[in-house]
Design a protein around this ligand. Structure first.
Ligand code: GTP
Ligand code: SPV
Ligand code: MN
Length: 619
């Protein structure tokens, strides 16, 4: 590690910063890179070009370092497994901050600290943080490089694992840098360090990180600083930090929406096509619905996105949606040949990074739910021998696969359209054992926004902390709204006021996770969710009956197509039942949630709650 880390004079701007050349004269970028280099003191700087050769070299280095295990190429070509530090397995919401100039702008759902104070803290932490490591500069774009106003970012990171993962999740490298330079475009500076500097001769560990973690956003500056974690949304900064938290602020200011949604294309037996988006909280079924294999005859599903959707109203007042990502970072457990064969086929093509899964004896990967038969022996995600009699899972519940989206056979060709697709319906959904019916159609758009604003779900392993606690998660965006939550809901309401009201998507609430009295799932879920999508489409077309309830319209017992399914209309009725006792409690929960907004709650939503209460008292 003898590379020259001294800064260069201005005339050297387009010169080497270590082992690689900076092939740009984008002055703002060069200045920022130099500043970060001075602060973090890496052994060398590498400008990431995004090439295959570079990826091979990085993967080889990660194997040599013990971070990657190369999988059997006959099972998973060009694929690797990584195992994180057991204290670095999920997003850390407690340590995620929105540092707007004033606290009110961050709102009651976010952690806030004064930006100047936070900068002092971060400058201290980042000072020398990359010593002994390579600093990678990753130019990236979220969404299309050819979009009217491409959304550029540059992630600086000292993690090669992050580089290989960002290469799957976003468009990165030379083409992006060239376009950015040509346009002299602005970019979101996204600084990431593992917070694990190496002193001379110090041996590295397979998963360096720091017990102290900070995931920080400066919305006015549109910048991101992430310290101490190498995992997922904490470290792949194009994803949640940029494409949701910072983008939601851009969207507020520029008149669009950045949402935690999948996008799918549905073709009916009559060959009519529909585009739907759906917002479910983390680990609540977006990837699975996006890759759905319909169990009903004649219906076809294609995928456009599985986690993040950017939406804007088009020239004709229609709501258009694009997926800004290029890869899947999907929950592995529960993804299997029976539940999600499309994801399995995409994964089997290789070119994937798996994190915190288990290893099979033949050099493949396994996780709970992948196959019905459980292998007799595995190496679990913590490197221990594992057999089926053990009482802990072999894969971590938040184990993930990271796979290029174009490996999905059912990827819709519209994925490549910079102007996206027109949405016909939006689903909001959560994970609720009780109370919330399988599917409910909202009374109208504003009522649908009310449904989204009061969405609730049991917490999952996707974030550190307690699992299974019911919490409100507005539009599945609770951890991702980059500004005041009341202002965010107001933005939804005001933005749509100018749209073509007749073309507004219809909004539905779904819950695949309701339980029966016996404790089992009230609905089979997965591919059978196509039956619910069919009802949704029939409601759009005005051909399906519904029962009006105080919360909205639910299917009649025989309104859901049960062909080929071992289920009765009475069981459907139970799955969509609106229980007055459960809802009395739910209304209290909603009231408490709304009280937290204080003055920032839009009046229209307050009105929606009053009307809902009235409908229940009249029922
Ligand atoms: P993030 O990537 O964290 O944003 O999650 P996601 O919303 O994409 O969740 P995903 O589709 O990966 O599903 C998470 C878990 O929910 C998996 O363990 C699935 O097996 C389970 N799941 C998904 N869909 C269904 C369903 O229809 N029914 C049931 N019972 N479980 C489901
Ligand atoms: C989520 O938690 O919603 C994810 C995974 O999609 S992460 O990228 O870690 O945010
Ligand atoms: Mn997500």
């Amino acid at each position: 590690m003898t590379a020259d880390t001294t800064t260069t004079s201005p005339e050297d701007d387009a010169q080497s910063y270590g082992s690689a050349q900076a092939a740009t004269n984008h002055q703002a970028l060069l200045a920022w890179v130099r500043e970060v280099q001075q602060l973090t003191q890496p052994a060398q700087v590498v400008w990431v070009d995004g090439s295959e050769a570079e990826n091979t070299r990085l993967s080889d280095e990660l194997v040599a370092a013990g971070t990657f295990v190369r999988l059997n190429p006959e099972l998973f070509p060009n694929s690797f497994a990584a195992f994180s530090d057991p204290k670095d397995v999920a997003r850390v919401e407690e340590q995620t901050f929105i540092c707007s100039k004033n606290e009110r702008e961050a709102g009651f759902t976010n952690n806030w600290m004064d930006p100047d104070e936070m900068k002092v803290k971060l400058n201290g932490l980042f000072s020398g943080a990359m010593r002994g490591r390579t600093m990678y500069v990753i130019p990236f774009v979220m969404g299309h490089l050819d979009a009217e106003d491409p959304k550029f970012g540059v992630e600086i990171t000292d993690s090669a694992y992050v580089v290989t993962s960002m290469r799957i999740m976003a468009t990165i490298g030379t083409a992006v840098l060239d376009r950015m330079t040509q346009l002299d475009a602005g970019f979101v500076p996204a600084l990431h360090s593992l917070g694990a500097p190496l002193s001379d001769g110090e041996a590295d560990v397979p998963w360096p990180c720091n017990d102290e973690k900070w995931i920080v956003h400066f919305p006015e500056e549109r910048s991101i600083w992430s310290y101490g974690s190498g995992y997922g949304g904490n470290a792949l900064l194009g994803k949640k930090c940029y494409a949701l938290r910072i983008a939601s602020v851009m969207a507020r200011d520029e008149g669009w929406l950045a949402e935690h949604m999948l996008i799918l294309k549905l073709t009916s037996p009559q060959e009519k096509t529909y585009y739907l988006s759906a917002a479910f909280p983390s680990a609540c079924g977006k990837t699975n619905l996006a890759l759905l294999d319909p169990t009903i005859e004649g219906w076809k599903v294609e995928t456009l996105g599985d986690d993040i959707t950017w939406m804007r109203f088009g020239k004709e007042g229609e709501l258009r949606a694009v997926n800004p990502e290029a890869g899947l970072f999907g929950v592995a457990p529960g993804t299997g040949w029976h539940t999600n064969p499309n994801a399995m086929r995409a994964i089997a093509k290789g070119n994937s990074v798996f994190t915190n899964v288990a290893l099979t004896d033949d050099g493949g990967v396994w996780w709970e739910g992948m196959t019905e038969e459980v292998p007799a022996h595995l190496i679990d995600w913590q490197g221990r021998d594992w057999t089926p009699d053990m009482d802990h899972p072999a894969a971590h519940p938040n184990a993930r696969f990271c796979t290029p989206i174009d490996q999905i056979d059912m990827l819709a060709e519209e994925f490549n359209r910079p102007d996206g697709v027109e949405l016909s319906a939006i689903l909001f959904g959560g994970r609720r054992k009780t109370t919330v019916p399988l599917v409910t159609q909202s009374r109208n758009w504003a009522n649908g926004i009310f449904m989204g604003s009061t969405l609730s779900s049991e917490t999952t392993a996707a974030a550190a902390g307690e699992v299974g606690r019911v919490r409100r998660d507005p539009m599945a965006m609770l951890p991702f709204i980059g500004y005041d939550a009341g202002d965010y809901l107001r933005h939804w309401l005001t933005l749509s006021a100018g749209a073509d009201q007749a073309r507004l998507p219809k909004i539905f609430l779904v819950n695949w996770f309701r339980r029966t009295a016996a404790g089992g799932f009230a609905w089979p879920g997965f591919g059978d969710n196509s039956r619910v999508l069919k009802w949704v489409i029939e409601r759009l077309e005005g051909t399906a009956d519904a029962v009006e309830t105080p919360i909205g319209f639910v299917p009649t017992g025989d309104g859901i197509d049960l062909t080929g399914l071992d289920m009765t209309p009475a069981e459907v009725e139970a799955a969509v039942h609106v229980d007055a006792v459960e809802w009395a409690q739910e209304l209290e929960g909603i009231e408490q949630w709304y009280a937290g907004f204080g003055a920032s709650l839009p009046d229209e939503l307050k009105g929606q709650l009053e009307e809902l209460k009235e409908r229940f008292s009249n029922a």
